[in-house]
Design a protein around this ligand. Sequence first.
Ligand code: HEC
Length: 247
Amino acid sequence: MKRLLILTVLILTPILGFTSGGGISLETANIDLHDKASLQRGAKYFMNYCAGCHSLKYARYNRMARDLGLTDKQVQDNLMFVSGSKVGNQITISMSEAQGEKWFGAPVPDLTLVTRNKIGGSDWLYTYLKSFYIDPKRPYGVNNAVFPDVAMPDVLAELRGTQTIEYKEGKNAAGQPIHVFKQFRRHGGLSNDELDRVFLDLTAFLTYMGEPMQLERRALGKWVLLFLAVFTLLAFLLKKEYWRDVH
Ligand code: HEC
């Protein structure tokens, strides 16, 4: 038993205590996937700020409309910017993969599953969105503390304002002095609460995208339990009926 406990702790340590490459720890994304208004705002931000470069090609507009409590018309009028696209289509973009790579120096990834294929999932995405900072050495003048030397510009700069990074002195495992992330400083842009709301809404929306069934699963769970209860009763009664003749 004790061994099992130690093993469990050892296995979980890297999962619970992970920090990302830049030495910054991930923040918990306090999202609520049942908050339809938050998901709708997230969709709006995504289509306005992200869909110029990133597709959601494993999802369709009309499924998103249904899940987010919107009509097809609302989605068509407010959230579809690719000309000629229909509500039954996948959420693709006009830019080809080759163009993206040529312009940004790195392929622009599809984001349908981004919260599922990153270690840290939604927390990773949330912290990534928060962590762009000014770095004159980079082509776009910004870097990211969670994704060092990222090829993505800070597309939310108008909301974020100017964010700089501060380090403190620290030591690595070998005892040598290193710079350790201390904090960000932000000037201009939205208030902290408003900006956080934007990051949370975007994170909620992309988390939903990664697994649309999450919204239905809980509702479905109740019916499955009810079915199992009724079925158990029936099986019990049936067993009694069979054995009455045997006895
Ligand atoms: C101007 C084009 C552009 C826009 C607009 C843009 N991105 Fe990006 N994004 C990129 C590029 C290029 C990369 C690849 C970075 C790399 O590999 O270094 C990227 C990478 C990412 C990644 C990392 C994905 C992975 O699998 O590693 C996430 C998450 C992301 N973007 C989220 C967003 C979100 C959310 C928005 C909208 C708020 C957005 N992006 C808007 C160009 C863009």
